[in-house]
Design a protein around this ligand. Structure first.
Ligand SMILES: C[S@@+](CC[C@H](N)C(=O)[O-])C[C@H]1O[C@@H](n2cnc3c(N)ncnc32)[C@H](O)[C@@H]1O
Length: 167
C-alpha cells in the first residue's frame, strides 16, 4: 500500500471507503490531517470507532454507492481492497462516480485491489468476489471522468486517478 502513495499529494482531508478491520486506516491516518472512514458493515465500523475514539479519524457507517457528503468535500479518497467486494460493475461504477463527485477539483483517488486469481475466487466462496480487470478499469476510470491516471500491475492492481482541476 505505501508504494501507491509515494509522491502523491493527499492534501489535508481524506475519505477512505471500506476500511474493514482498519489496516489501511492505520497507515492513512498518519498521512493526512483528517480522515473520514466510511464502512458498510456496522459491526466493523463499531470496532473501528473503539480503536479510534478521538484523534483525527472519524468512522461513519454508510454505503459508498451513495455517499452522504457534499460535492468537492475531500482532497483525496482512498479505496484499498474494497472494490472487489462490490457485487456488480454497475455498482462499482456508482462508487467511482460518487468518489469523483465528493473529490475537490484536482483531488486524487488512490487505491489498490487484488488481481483475479483462482485462489482468491476459492477464498471468497459464498462471499462477494468481483475483481477488477486492469485494462478495463483504466478505461472505466477515464470514461467516468477521471484524468491523470496511473495504473500499476504488480502483485496487486494499484491506481491513482485525479478529478480534473476544472470541469
Ligand atoms: C477487505 S475489506 C478492506 C480492508 C481495508 N481497506 C484494508 O486494506 O486493510 C473491504 C471492506 O469494504 C467494505 N465495503 C464493501 N462494500 C462497501 C460499500 N458499498 N460501502 C462501504 N464499504 C463497503 C466491506 O464491508 C469491508 O469491510
Amino acid at each position: 500500500m505505501p508504494r501507491v502513495l509515494d509522491g502523491v499529494d493527499l492534501g489535508a482531508w481524506m475519505l477512505e471507503v471500506g476500511p474493514g478491520p482498519g489496516a489501511s486506516t492505520d497507515l492513512l491516518r498518519h498521512r493526512v490531517q483528517r480522515l473520514v472512514a466510511l464502512e458498510l458493515e456496522e459491526p466493523a465500523a463499531d470496532r473501528l470507532s473503539r480503536l479510534y475514539p478521538d484523534g483525527n479519524v472519524e468512522i461513519v457507517v454508510g454505503d459508498a454507492t451513495a455517499l452522504a457528503f457534499e460535492d468537492d468535500s475531500f482532497d483525496s479518497v482512498a479505496s484499498f481492497t474494497m472494490l472487489h467486494h462490490v457485487p456488480t460493475v454497475t455498482q462499482q461504477n456508482r462508487v467511482l462516480s460518487e468518489i469523483l463527485r465528493v473529490l475537490r477539483p484536482g483531488g486524487v483517488l488512490v487505491g489498490s485491489d487484488s488481481l483475479a486469481s483462482v485462489e482468491l475466487h476459492e477464498f471468497h466462496e459464498g462471499d462477494v468476489y468481483n475483481p477488477l480487470e486492469p485494462a478495463a478499469f483504466l478505461v472505466r476510470l477515464q470514461t467516468l471522468g477521471f484524468d491523470r491516471l496511473t495504473i500499476g500491475v504488480h502483485d496487486a492492481l494499484t491506481f491513482v486517478a485525479h478529478k480534473p482541476a476544472s470541469q
